[in-house]
Design a protein around this ligand. Structure first.
Ligand code: LLP
Length: 413
C-alpha cells in the first residue's frame, strides 16, 4: 500500500506502524488495510469520472467498516445477497444508494430489499420479474441486466459479458426486450440497464465498446440510467501494468458522454480496484523446508482459507520478508499455507531472502479484494482479524475468530 515504509530495524511499516507491532497487537495472519489509500483510490477514480456515479461492488470486501467509508464518501453499494445488504445497512449506507444484484435472488432477499428500501434492484432473469410483480414490489426502481455480447480478455471464471453466461438477459435473442415489454405491461418501474463484462480487465477498449452498445440500448428502450458494471483490473505482481484509476475514469467518462448518456445517471461498479492494492496480509513463517535440488517450501500460518485466489484462478502474488525489507530477495521459494492439500499455495514463485527462517514475518501485498470475502474455515481454521490504519492509527475492524466461534452453530456441541 501507499502507506508502506521502512522502519528503524529495516522492517515494513504501514503509515509508520511497524509490522512487528501489528503482529504483536493483533496476531497473524492479519489483513491490514490502509484506509487512507482506500479513500484516495475513491477520489482518484472520481476525479477521472467527473459526475458519473460510483457503486462499490461489496463482494470484494464487505466489512461494515468498509460500508462506513462508502456511506461517508457518498458511493453507492452493490449487494449481491441479504448478507451484503445487511453490511450496508449496519454501516449506514443510505438505503436509496444500495443496489441489489444476483442471478437468483431469494424471495427473502427481495423482501428484505423492499423493507430496507433499496434504491435499485437489478433484474437478471424473467422469473425474477414475475417474482417482483407477485411480491408487490412494482414501485421499486429496476434495472435490467443485459448480456452485451462483449468478450473481455480475463480468466474464464470471471468473464461475464459473453453470450454463453449464466448472468443477465440476452440482447441477441430478444429475451431482454421481451422482459422489458413484460415489465412495462405489468406496471413495473424499469429505469435503467446494467451490464458487467468481467473482472480484472486491463484494457480500456472493452469499456468503450460496452458504452457504445449500452448507449444504443438505452435509447431504444427509452430509459435514463446505465450501469457499466465493474472489472477495472489492478496489478498484483511487479511486471503487470494497468491504467491509473484516473485514466480509467476519464476514459469511461469520455466513452459514455460520446454514447449520449447523462453522467449523473451513469454508473460504474468497481470492487477490486478500490480495495485490492490497499491491503496486505501479514503471516508468520512456521516451517522452511529445503528440499535440495527441488524446491524450498515456506509454510505460513494461513493459506487458501484466507486467500483462495491462487488455488481458484492460479493468481500470482508476491511475498516479502516483512521484518527485513532490505535483505536481498533473490532465492526462489514457494509460500504455502497450513491446509491439508498440496494445492494450498499462496505464492508459487516468491523471491525471498536465502536464509529465511521460522518465526519471521512475511507479507503478501494486494490482498484487499476477494481474500477475506472469499475466505473459509477449511480445516476449521479461524478467520483472521482485519485491521484498518487511518492517520497513523491502527484499529481492529473485524476480530479474529476464536475456537468457540467455530462451534457456535453446532447443535449440541
Ligand atoms: N458488478 C458485478 C455485477 C459483478 O459481478 C462484479 C464482480 C463486480 C461488479 C465487481 O467486479 P470488480 O470490479 O471487482 O472486478 N472472485 C474473483 C472476482 C469475481 C468477480 C465477480 N463479480 C477474483 O478474486 O478475481
Amino acid at each position: 500500500p501507499r502507506g508502506a515504509g521502512i522502519g528503524a530495524s529495516g522492517e515494513l511499516t504501514i503509515q509508520g506502524i511497524s509490522v512487528h507491532e501489528l503482529a504483536d497487537r493483533f496476531g497473524t495472519p492479519l489483513f491490514v488495510y490502509d484506509e487512507d489509500e482506500v479513500r484516495a483510490r475513491i477520489d482518484e477514480l472520481r476525479s477521472g469520472l467527473g459526475a458519473l456515479q460510483v457503486t462499490y461492488a461489496s463482494k470484494a470486501f464487505s466489512a461494515v467498516a468498509m460500508a462506513r467509508i462508502v456511506a461517508d464518501t457518498g458511493l453507492w453499494w452493490d449487494a449481491a445477497s441479504a448478507g451484503e445488504l445487511e453490511a450496508a445497512r449496519r454501516g449506514g449506507v443510505p438505503a436509496e444508494r444500495i443496489v441489489l444484484h444476483g442471478n437468483n435472488k431469494g424471495v427473502d432477499e427481495l423482501l428484505l430489499a423492499d423493507e430496507v428500501g433499496v434504491g435499485r434492484i437489478v433484474v437478471d432473469a424473467h422469473e425474477e420479474l414475475e417474482r417482483i410483480a407477485r411480491l408487490g414490489l412494482g414501485r421499486r426502481r429496476l434495472w435490467l441486466r443485459v448480456v452485451p455480447g462483449i468478450e473481455a480478455h480475463t480468466h474464464a471464471f470471471v468473464r461475464t459479458g459473453q453470450v454463453d453466461s449464466k448472468f443477465g438477459l440476452q440482447l441477441d435473442d430478444g429475451s431482454a426486450e421481451r422482459a422489458l415489454t413484460w415489465a412495462r405491461a405489468h406496471g413495473l418501474t424499469v429505469v435503467g440497464i446494467h451490464a458487467h463484462i468481467g473482472s480484472q480487465i486491463f484494457d480500456l477498449d472493452p469499456f468503450g465498446e460496452l458504452a457504445g452498445r449500452m448507449g444504443a440500448v438505452r435509447e431504444a428502450w427509452g430509459v435514463d440510467e446505465v450501469s457499466l458494471g465493474g472489472g477495472i483490473g489492478v496489478p498484483y505482481v511487479r511486471d503487470e501494468r494497468a491504467p491509473t484509476l484516473e485514466e480509467w475514469g476519464r476514459s469511461i467518462a469520455e466513452a459514455t458522454t460520446l454514447a449520449g448518456m447523462d453522467p449523473e445517471r451513469t454508473f460504474v461498479e468497481p470492487g477490486r480496484a478500490l480495495v485490492a492494492p490497499a491491503a496486505i496480509t501479514l503471516y508468520r513463517v512456521g516451517v522452511v523446508k529445503r528440499i535440495p535440488g527441488v524446491r524450498t517450501y515456506v509454510a505460513v500460518d494461513g493459506g487458501m482459507s484466507d486467500n483462495p485466489r491462487p488455488v481458484l484462478y492460479g493468481s500470482g502474488y508476491e511475498a516479502v520478508a516483512a521484518g527485513r525489507l532490505e535483505a536481498p530477495h533473490t532465492t526462489a521459494m514457494r509460500v504455502v499455507g497450513k491446509h491439508c492439500e498440496s494445492g494450498d499455495v499462496l505464492v508459487a514463485n516468491a523471491l525471498l531472502p536465502e536464509d529465511l527462517a521460522a518465526g519471521e514475518l512475511i507479507v503478501t501485498p494486494v490482498t484487499g479484494a476477494y481474500g477475506y470475502s472469499m475466505g473459509s474455515n477449511y480445516n476449521r481454521l479461524p478467520r483472521p482479524s482485519v485491521v484498518m490504519v487511518r492517520d497513523g492509527v491502527a484499529r481492529e475492524i473485524v476480530r479474529r475468530e476464536q475456537l468457540d466461534d467455530l462451534f457456535r452453530l453446532e447443535v449440541g456441541s
